[in-house]
Design a protein around this ligand. Structure first.
Ligand SMILES: NC(=O)C1=CN([C@@H]2O[C@H](COP(=O)(O)OP(=O)(O)OC[C@H]3O[C@@H](n4cnc5c(N)ncnc54)[C@H](OP(=O)(O)O)[C@@H]3O)[C@@H](O)[C@H]2O)C=CC1
Ligand SMILES: O=C(O)C(=O)Cc1ccc(O)cc1
Length: 445
C-alpha cells in the first residue's frame, strides 16, 4: 500500500536509498528517486568511482566507491547489475547490508536473484524485489512494474518500497518470484528469441533488408520486424542473455519457438498446404478464438516507419512474405497452451508489439490465407526462411547450454553488422513504438 503523503515526507527525511550498479536502469532509478526528493547513494565498479563522481557532480544523488559503502548506509538497497553476476556481487556486498534494511534487485530473472539474497543476506534483512518491464529510455508512466514481497518482517517494509517507487508512476503488479519468472519466460524471452533470429538471418546473408528495394520486406509488418530487431541489437547483450539463460522456464519457450519455426518451414518446403492450413487455423482458433473488439494495431499505418530510401512506383509489386517468424510464435503459444492475453498486465512494450503484429496477421480478413499461399508458392523468401530457422535453432541451443560467452560473441557479431544503422534506426524505431503505444492506449496494450 502506498503510504500517506505525510509518511512519505517523513521517510524522505529519514531514509537512504542505495543503488549498486549505475548502468542504464540504475541511473534511471537514481535520477528519478533523487528528483522526487529521496536521498540516494549509488556506486558502480570501484574502478569507475572517480569518473562517475565527476560525471554526476551536478546530480542530486551521491556516488560512493563501492557496494559495501552503499550497503552500510542504505535502508533500501537495489542491486541493478548483470543477472549473470548477481550471485557474485551479492556475495561481495550482502554481508554489509545495514541492520534491518530491505534489499531488492532489478535483474530480469528473479530465481537467481532471490537465491543469492537468501544465501548471502543477514537474517535481519527484508527482501523486496522490483522489475520495471521496459527499457531505460521508455517513459515509466503506465508501464508495468513488478513488486515482489519475498521476505518482510512488517507491512511497513513493503509499503516503504512501494511508496518510493510510486514516483515512477508505473502500474504496480504484485507477484511471487516464481510467477514473475514464468510470465517473463512466456513474454520477454521468446519475443527476444524471435527478433534476435531475424537479425542473425539477415546478417548471415549480409543483407540490410531496407536496402533491397520495395519488393521485399516492405510495409508495416516488415517495418516492425526491422525496427524492433535493430533496437534489440543496439542494446547490451547481457540483458537478453541474462533473462533467457538464467530463467529455466525460458528455455522451454525458446526451444518450442525454434521447433515451431522448423516444423512450419518443413511444411512449406514439402508443399503441404492443407496440413499447414490446418495447423495454423487450429493455432488461430486456440490463441485468438475468444478475441473480440478491435485489433491492438487496428487501423494503424506503420508504412512510414521504414529505413528504406526507396519509393514505391506504380509498377512496383511487393512480394508477399511467409511471415514465418509470426506464424511460429502463434503456433508455439498454441503448442504450449499459452494465452498471451493472460500476460498483458505484466508485459513489456516489445511483447505487446509482437502480439499486436501476430494478431494483425492472423485476424485481418484474408491475410493468413494469403500468407499461407505465399509460404507454399512464393520462392523468394525460402532462403531467408531457412536462415531464420537455423538462427532460431542456434539461439535455442546457446540458451539451453547456458553459454554466456557464445551468446555474447554471436550477439556482438550481428550488432557490429547493424551498428552503422543504429542511430537512424533508433530515431525511427522510437517514433514507431511511441505511435503504437499511443494508438493502443485503453486497449491494454
Ligand atoms: N536494460 C533494460 O532494458 C532492462 C534491464 N533490466 C535488468 O536490470 C539490470 C541492469 O541492467 P542495465 O542497467 O541495462 O545494465 P548495465 O550494464 O547498463 O548496468 C549494470 C551495471 O552494473 C555494474 N556493475 C557490475 N559489477 C558491479 C559491482 N561489483 N559493483 C557495482 N556495479 C557493478 C556494471 O558495470 P560493468 O558494465 O563495468 O560490468 C554496469 O554499469 C540487469 O540485470 C538487467 O537484466 C531490467 C529491466 C530493463
Ligand atoms: O521490452 C523489452 O522486451 C526490452 O527489450 C526491454 C527490457 C529488457 C529487459 C527487461 O528486463 C525488461 C525490458
Amino acid at each position: 500500500m502506498i503510504a500517506s503523503d505525510q509518511q512519505i515526507e517523513k521517510w524522505k527525511q529519514e531514509k537512504t536509498i542505495g543503488i549498486i550498479g549505475l548502468g542504464d536502469m540504475g541511473l534511471l532509478y537514481a535520477s528519478r528517486f533523487s528528483k522526487a526528493g529521496w536521498k540516494v547513494v549509488c556506486c558502480d565498479r570501484p574502478e569507475l568511482y572517480e569518473e562517475l563522481h565527476e560525471k554526476f557532480l551536478s546530480e542530486s544523488f551521491t556516488i560512493v566507491e563501492n557496494g559495501t559503502l552503499v550497503s552500510r548506509c542504505s535502508d533500501y538497497i537495489i542491486y541493478s547489475v548483470e543477472a549473470e553476476n548477481i550471485g557474485k556481487i551479492v556475495k561481495m556486498y550482502g554481508g554489509s547490508s545495514k541492520v534491518g534494511s530491505i534489499v531488492g534487485g532489478q535483474t530480469s530473472c528473479k530465481n537467481s536473484e532471490i537465491m543469492a539474497f537468501e544465501k548471502y543476506l543477514p537474517a535481519d534483512c527484508d527482501i523486496v524485489s522490483v522489475h520495471s518491464l521496459h527499457g531505460p529510455k521508455v517513459d515509466t508512466e503506465g508501464q508495468p512494474l513488478v513488486l515482489i514481497n519475498h521476505r518482510t518482517k512488517s507491512e511497513e517494509s513493503f509499503d516503504f518500497v512501494e511508496s518510493l517507487v510510486s514516483c515512477l508512476k508505473s502500474k504496480h503488479v504484485y507477484l511471487s518470484y516464481e510467477e514473475h519468472d514464468k510470465i517473463t519466460a512466456d513474454t520477454q524471452a521468446v519475443t527476444h528469441a524471435a527478433f534476435l533470429s531475424m537479425g542473425v538471418a539477415w546478417y548471415n546473408v549480409r543483407i540490410y533488408p531496407w536496402t533491397v528495394g520495395v519488393n521485399k520486406w516492405h510495409g508495416s509488418l516488415e517495418n516492425v520486424k526491422v525496427n524492433i530487431s535493430l533496437r534489440i541489437y543496439s542494446n547490451k547483450w547481457h540483458v537478453y542473455a541474462g533473462l533467457a539463460i538464467t530463467n529455466p522456464a525460458a528455455h522451454k519457450q525458446i526451444n518450442q519457438y525454434a521447433k515451431s519455426a522448423m516444423e512450419l518451414f518443413t511444411l512449406f518446403v514439402e508443399g503441404k498446404k492443407e496440413e499447414l492450413t490446418k495447423r495454423l487455423f487450429t493455432a488461430r482458433e486456440s490463441v485468438f478464438g475468444n478475441h473480440n473488439g478491435l485489433l491492438l494495431l487496428h487501423d494503424l499505418a506503420l508504412d512510414g516507419y521504414s529505413l528504406s530510401k526507396h519509393k514505391m512506383g506504380a509498377d512496383d509489386e511487393v512480394i508477399p512474405n511467409s511471415h514465418l517468424s509470426l506464424l511460429a510464435i502463434v503456433d508455439s503459444w498454441h503448442q504450449l497452451g499459452i494465452d498471451p492475453y493472460d500476460h498483458m498486465i505484466c508485459s513489456t512494450p516489445l511483447f505487446r508489439i509482437f502480439l499486436g503484429v501476430s494478431e494483425y496477421l492472423f485476424l485481418t480478413e484474408g491475410l493468413l490465407e494469403q500468407t499461407i499461399d505465399a509460404a507454399i508458392n512464393v520462392k523468394e523468401f525460402r532462403a531467408d526462411d531457412m536462415e531464420f530457422v537455423i538462427a532460431a535453432r542456434s539461439w535455442s541451443s546457446i540458451v539451453t547450454y547456458g553459454d554466456f560467452e557464445l551468446y555474447r560473441r554471436k550477439f556482438e557479431e550481428v550488432q557490429q553488422f547493424f551498428t552503422p544503422m543504429f542511430q537512424e534506426a533508433n530515431i525511427i524505431g522510437n517514433e514507431m513504438i511511441k505511435t503504437i503505444l499511443e494508438h493502443s492506449k485503453g486497449k491494454n496494450l
